[in-house]
Every structure is written in structure tokens, then in C-alpha cells.
Design a protein around this ligand. Structure first.
Ligand SMILES: C[S@@+](CC[C@H](N)C(=O)[O-])C[C@H]1O[C@@H](n2cnc3c(N)ncnc32)[C@H](O)[C@@H]1O
Length: 215
């Protein structure tokens, strides 16, 4: 059976998600790169797609007007909701998406970010089209994900549709759906022990600006 086509159970790992320092460090590197390169500001409505427990969401929330934290895992969003209550944060809206159904995004957004989620998406091209449609004019899209790898990053291939993305492949999704000024930077690399040696998996952040026919 092709395990990539099975649903990965993020609910089962939600409570332990933040206990893995590698994940926290990766989200922090991605958040810093977004802040440096996309300039989030107090006037912005921002979507974090595949927000999970909110590791990136919570880094951006103090800098913007509102964050929508969208995810298809109720368990991951419950972890985020508990963190929001503990910290008294009121400008983050957890938003549950139906994994199987059509995606409806509560735009418009000035900035859309997504970290380590795109490799779980069967058809990124369609999703990029929805991102573009949910943007305000001049809105920016920031996607962080693994550089293409040999499939060894995940111990369990369930729900993995892409073994990372080459820079050309990722930038193609941007340009084909109407984003301009597209560029990619490497933000960090994740070290994992593999067959007795340490392997490094680079993580890239690709950025682009939404362009509309009337711009
Ligand atoms: C690897 S985790 C990353 C979470 C978070 N961005 C972070 O950096 O910690 C991927 C997240 O994407 C979510 N996800 C997977 N497929 C999705 C889909 N089709 N729609 C929305 N969220 C999805 C999962 O529930 C999970 O929370």
C-alpha cells in the first residue's frame, strides 16, 4: 500500500509535539527568517496554514493585528488554544480545516505563511491558487519546507506526499499561480542520525508577492 496516501495522525502526537527541541528550533529559525524578509506589521492579517501547535503563529502574533491559525488536526489546534489561554493572547484565531473537504480560507490576508506542511499536501498547485485568491493586493506568501531529500527524513512515510521540494519546483508553484519577486533562502538545516551517521536536511523559505491583473 502507498503510505503517502494515508492520513497522518497528527492528533496522536499533538500533546508531545513541542517536546522535541528540533521542532522548536526549526520553527524559531523559520519565524526569524519570515520576520526579517517579509516584515510583518501591526496592520496585517496573517494566515499560518498548517499552524500545528502554533510554534510559528505565536512568534508572529505580537507583531501583527490578527493571526488565523489553520490546521486540519483538532488535537494540534487544542494544544495551540491552551497556549493562547495560558499566555492571554487574544489576536489568534484557531481555524479547523476539513482534511478531506474543499479548503475555504477566511481571507483577505496581507501575509500567508506555512512551515513544514507543504510536503503533506497532495496537490500544492491547487492550494497555492487558493492562497493567491485569499490575498490582498501586494500580499506576501512565505513557504518553508525541506529541500528535496531521498525520503529518509521521516521515519514513517504515512501522509508524506513529497520528499521535500527543489528550489525550482517550489518557485514554480509560486510563479504559476501569480506570485512575483519570488526568491528562496536556506533558513536552517535539521540534523538527524541516519544509519550511524548524522544527516543534514536543509530547510528553505520561499517568498513571493501576490500580483493581480489590475495591479
Ligand atoms: C509537520 S507539522 C508542522 C506544524 C507547524 N507548522 C510547525 O512548524 O510546528 C504539519 C501540520 O500540517 C497540518 N496539516 C497536514 N495536512 C493538512 C491539510 N491538508 N490541511 C491543513 N493542515 C494540514 C498537520 O495537522 C500539522 O499540524
Amino acid at each position: 500500500m502507498d503510505m503517502s496516501r494515508q492520513l497522518r495522525d497528527f492528533n496522536a502526537v499533538a500533546a508531545r509535539w513541542d517536546q522535541e527541541p528540533r521542532r522548536v528550533q526549526l520553527a524559531s529559525a523559520v519565524s526569524e527568517a519570515i520576520i526579517r524578509n517579509a516584515g510583518p506589521s501591526q496592520a496585517m492579517r496573517v494566515l499560518d496554514f498548517g499552524a500545528g501547535t502554533g510554534l510559528v503563529t505565536l512568534a508572529l502574533a505580537p507583531l501583527v493585528q490578527q493571526m488565523v491559525a489553520a490546521d486540519s488536526s483538532q488535537g494540534m489546534l487544542e494544544q495551540l488554544t491552551a497556549k493562547l489561554a495560558d499566555a492571554g493572547i487574544t489576536n489568534v484565531l484557531p481555524f479547523l480545516l476539513d482534511h478531506a473537504g474543499p479548503v475555504s480560507l477566511p481571507g483577505p490576508f496581507d501575509l500567508i505563511v506555512s512551515s513544514m506542511t507543504m510536503h503533506h499536501i497532495a496537490d500544492p498547485g491547487t492550494l497555492f491558487g487558493l492562497f493567491h485568491a485569499a490575498m490582498r493586493s501586494g500580499g506576501q506568501l512565505c513557504i518553508a519546507d525541506l529541500e528535496s531529500e531521498d525520503g529518509s527524513f521521516h521515519d514513517d512515510p504515512t501522509g508524506i506526499y513529497h520528499n521535500g521540494f527543489s528550489v525550482a519546483e517550489m518557485e514554480d508553484y509560486f510563479t504559476k499561480t501569480g506570485f512575483v519577486n519570488v526568491r528562496t533562502i536556506q533558513v536552517t538545516s535539521v540534523k538527524k542520525g541516519r544509519e550511524g551517521t548524522a544527516r543534514e536536511y536543509p530547510v528553505n523559505l520561499t517568498l513571493g508577492t501576490a500580483q493581480f491583473s489590475w495591479d
